[in-house]
Write a protein that binds this ligand. Structure first.
Ligand code: ATP
Ligand code: MG
Length: 324
């Protein structure tokens, strides 16, 4: 049984322009299904605004979807009782991009780490201090650091404190929403190493949301590519990463600059701006940017279909290649 199963989740937002009072409907997540097994990291990539965080919030139980189900540990999260929800939340934690947001600058960081402990466990003061010390050690900090304030840490250290807080209740699944994106490159690598180590040691599962396909390659066991609210490709085995074939996945791959300028080609920086426009309801979402479109792409929206075992993509062209 999968630890997490997301079934046909959709979420729309209605927003009103302050000046014109005109309403706009944003389809942030459209009919998404995916699953995460125990001990597995699913990397979710896609450009800004494609709906990654919305999906993450829905999974975390923070944003009810319009339709679809979130099945966590065999329970339908949005349909279960309050008590069950509370229990499930204990096993579902998150680390966000803004490492300052969960830590109140007025108090030492032990207050931030003790918050989940106090909400769920009734530890004595000495047990609580011991647990906070253990958690700080687990993330590579000194137990004495619990008495420091947020301003006394570097960004990377503060993100370690956030990870310690997320680990406090021994969760099963952690949603890492751009958790390394605002750190500098060398610190990013250290935090990715730490996350990989913790995953191995504690048999954790991650939903690793990122726009950095290289970081996803490093940490994830499987990859899902999202475009305009929909999944356009899924590979269940990261060792087949180089077989990402959807035209959008290919663009994401070519947008990664090689480390040495000599190896950079024009295609490396070829990435056009997204101009979301109301298109024909039947046509492929990626049509405007695609350079291998055909007649069918204007008439029928492609759906995720199996290319090989554990590899799905939503593209008519790829289906044809696969059939040949
Ligand atoms: N509370 C909200 N109200 C209205 N629109 C929203 C709300 N939350 C998200 N959206 C819209 O939903 C879409 C998806 O947003 P989301 O934050 O999920 O994208 P994202 O992929 O996480 O982007 P980024 O990589 O920049 O974090 C965007 O168009 C966004 O403006
Ligand atoms: Mg986001």
């Amino acid at each position: 049984m999968s630890l997490l199963k997301v079934k046909q989740i959709s979420k729309t937002f209605k927003s009103k322009n302050f000046f014109t009072h005109k309403g706009r409907v944003v389809e942030a997540v459209k009919d998404i299904s995916l699953s995460i097994e125990e001990g597995m990291c699913l990397g979710l990539v896609g450009e800004s605004g494609c709906g990654k965080s919305t999906l993450g919030r829905i999974i975390l139980g923070l944003e009810p979807p319009q339709s679809g189900q979130v099945i966590f540990q065999g329970k339908d999260f949005y349909k279960t009782t309050r008590q069950e929800k509370m229990k499930l939340r204990k096993d579902l934690q998150a680390v966000f991009q803004d490492y300052n947001s969960a830590i109140n600058p007025k108090y030492p960081v032990k207050m931030a780490i003790s918050e989940p402990l106090r909400n769920y466990l009734s530890l004595s003061p000495s047990e609580e201090i011991k647990r906070i010390g253990e958690l700080l050690e687990l993330v590579g900090l000194n137990p004495q650091d619990m008495h420091k304030y947020a301003y006394q840490f570097s960004g990377g250290q503060l993100q370690r404190v956030n990870i310690a807080r997320a680990l406090a209740l021994n969760p099963k699944l952690i949603v890492l929403d751009e958790a390394v994106s605002s750190l500098d490159v060398s610190v990013q690598a250290q935090i990715l190493n730490l996350l990989a180590e913790l995953k191995r040691e504690l048999n954790l599962s991650y939903l690793f949301i990122s726009h950095d396909i290289e970081a996803v390659y490093y940490l994830a066991d499987a990859i899902a590519v999202m475009y305009q609210g929909k999944l356009v490709e899924i590979i269940n085995d990261i060792s087949l990463f180089d077989q990402l074939v959807h035209p959008y996945s290919n663009k994401l791959l070519t947008s990664v600059l090689p480390s040495h300028p000599r190896f950079r080609t024009d295609s490396c920086v070829e990435f056009d701006e997204l101009h979301a426009k109301p298109g024909n309801a039947n046509e492929c979402n990626y049509l405007d940017r695609c350079n291998c479109k055909e007649q069918l792409c204007f008439q029928v929206k492609p759906v995720l279909s199996k290319l090989t075992e554990g590899h799905l993509a939503a593209c008519h062209k790829l289906k044809e290649i696969n059939k040949a």
